[in-house]
Ligand binder design. Sequence first.
Ligand SMILES: Nc1nc2c(ncn2[C@@H]2O[C@H](COP(=O)(O)OP(=O)(O)OP(=O)(O)O)[C@@H](O)[C@H]2O)c(=O)[nH]1
Ligand SMILES: [Mg+2]
Length: 284
Amino acid sequence: MIQWFPGHMQKTLKELEQQVKIVDVVLYILDSRAPFSCSNPSFEKIIQNKPILYIFNKYDLADEAKTKQWVTYFTRSNSMVLKTNATNGATKSLVQNALYKLAETKLEKYKQKGVQPVIRAMVIGVPNSGKSTLINTLVGAGKTKTGNIAGVTRTTQWVKVSEHIEVLDTPGTLWPSFENQQVAQNLAYIGSIKDNVVDVQELGYALFCKLCEMYPAYMQQRYNINLQQERIEAYEAVCVMRGCLRKGKEYDYERCGQMILDDFRKTRIGKITLESVEEVYEAK
Ligand SMILES: Nc1nc2c(ncn2[C@@H]2O[C@H](COP(=O)(O)OP(=O)(O)OP(=O)(O)O)[C@@H](O)[C@H]2O)c(=O)[nH]1
Ligand SMILES: [Mg+2]
């Protein structure tokens, strides 16, 4: 069972409920590799009827065809969807333009008075999805701390992007319990749940099995495996080929598991999306 809901997340959710009252737009960051799993049920109550800018971030790491389907799935009224690589400078104008579009009513109202108002946006999303990176790109400077592990940002922070845009950076938040452990696993695969609260050996093997089903050609190419074999045998063959062995030639499942996770996260296996729209519809 994967479970991770530290105190600072609970505190953040409470704070978001307050901050949302003064924002014009909610910037909802999703990791393109698992956009459904990144949808936090706790956010629904918080967002209420504020306009939403869904950001499909890290789309440079994801399966393009599946991202397209997910974008359609998330397109709804009073919202916009953008695909981004938050580390890329070109993202700045894309996001700014979308913010202005979503805050059109406010802009119009103030225009009549002859002033340009400040647009306030709140950035929310699961840990490690790229919230702080996106803000730094919008500002064009390292205003917030970023890092490739879950839980880097610990407190909320308003950041001035320009004279007319302010954004709130927030700590990545999850929810009190995962009803669906597949969702929890997907979040762990993409690094939104810290590796030290999961069993890396189990997680790595589960990812191996999942990818053999979803992306057999990529797996064959990367690890030269025989997909006709039992999964565990194929996995042990990878342990041997990659030198993941302990003394006495025992399989080092943990090291192999970590390697699979790293390979996936660094797109060495390929550009992968862990869930499909069809799956979600079938589950409904
Ligand atoms: N390839 C790629 N990497 C990205 C992208 N956006 C962010 N990253 C990387 O993802 C990691 C996490 O980014 P952060 O901005 O710290 O994530 P966060 O959502 O603020 O995380 P928390 O503060 O823990 O909630 C960093 O190593 C970033 O460089 C992207 O679009 N593409
Ligand atoms: Mg952060």
